[in-house]
Design a protein around this ligand. Structure first.
Ligand code: NDP
Length: 261
């Protein structure tokens, strides 16, 4: 029977996931569709999902509500408190977080990372801080405002706002803010950026396909750097593997999904 997959989000129009998954479905000759579902009211997600789909991706702003609505979640998603992948099992909604594992795979080429600084304190910062901690990389969070830092503080992470004076060195700097997505701003004031970049080795912006001011500055500081394309690709491959119960090799899915970039 034909399988049905979708991505729930708002907005969802510009998502690359349908293209990525459709290339893999077609390349592997599978009987399936992967569509976009614009979802305004997140509370309706479970009913819509169980009625119409076998698996789904979840994007902004529904990752947290999807977590709340799941019947079961895996351990990693439980510690992040957000899911980006859903599977239907025995008419139950089961949730996973492949943003975290996808991110971690994307920084494998950066060797010997002992410490990281995350700029931003939103949903993706939660996923990334959790996976770094799981892999024994010490992680601090810097955000422009303090409200969202509480979550991280409660979990024992070191946190800063722009007003805190800090002179610390971090191997890897990660931009998870939307600065640079639709504007030409840096994620934090220039003097702070200069301080943290002058002592770092690597930089990653999880925004994809844009040479953001953050990445431009990282290049000026000669840091090894990359954007969020690999993270997006890897979280997609891992979601596909969950949809098909690991029936296909990582490499073959990657070969087809890559065509979307
Ligand atoms: P959230 O809205 O949950 O969090 C955004 C965070 O960034 C907040 O802490 C906010 O600060 C801060 N912020 C927003 N705008 C600015 C700005 N102009 N300057 C400084 N700080 C700012 O977003 P997500 O964490 O879900 O996603 C963030 C970005 O990551 C998006 O651009 C998204 O496209 C990208 N992304 C990429 C993925 C990939 O696979 N490559 C996967 C997931 C996300 P405050 O608390 O003060 O409001």
């Amino acid at each position: 029977m034909s399988k049905k997959f979708t991505i729930f989000g708002n907005p969802v129009k510009h998502s690359l996931s349908p293209k990525m998954h459709t290339y893999a479905i077609e390349g592997l000759n599978l009987d399936a569709t992967y569509t976009k579902t614009l979802l305004e009211d997140g509370k309706k997600l479970k009913e819509l999902f169980l009625k119409n789909f076998d698996g789904a991706s979840v994007t902004i702003p529904h990752k947290e509500i999807a977590f709340e609505l799941c019947d079961e979640v895996d351990d990693l998603a439980k510690s992040i408190k957000a899911v980006n992948t859903l599977i239907k099992k025995d008419n139950k909604m089961v949730g996973y977080n492949t943003d975290a594992t996808g991110f971690y795979r994307s920084i494998k080429e950066f060797e010997g990372i002992k410490s990281a600084l995350i700029l931003g304190a939103g949903g993706s910062a939660k996923a990334i801080s959790t996976i770094l901690k799981t892999n024994q990389i010490s992680c601090s969070i810097l955000n422009r405002s303090s409200e969202r830092l509480k979550h991280f503080k409660n979990l024992g992470f070191e946190t800063f706002t722009w007003d805190d004076l800090f002179k610390k060195n971090f191997d890897l700097i990660i931009n998870t803010t939307s600065a640079g997505l639709n504007d030409s701003s840096l994620p934090c004031p220039k003097d702070i950026m200069y301080d943290i970049f002058s002592n770092a080795k690597y930089a990653i912006d999880i925004i994809y396909n844009i040479n953001t001011p953050f990445l431009q500055l990282a290049k000026k500081f000669n840091l090894k750097n990359k954007d969020g394309s690999d993270m997006l690709l890897y979280q997609g491959i891992e979601a596909f593997n969950l949809f098909y119960d690991n029936r296909f090799s990582y490499d073959i899915i990657e070969k087809f999904m890559k065509k979307a970039f």
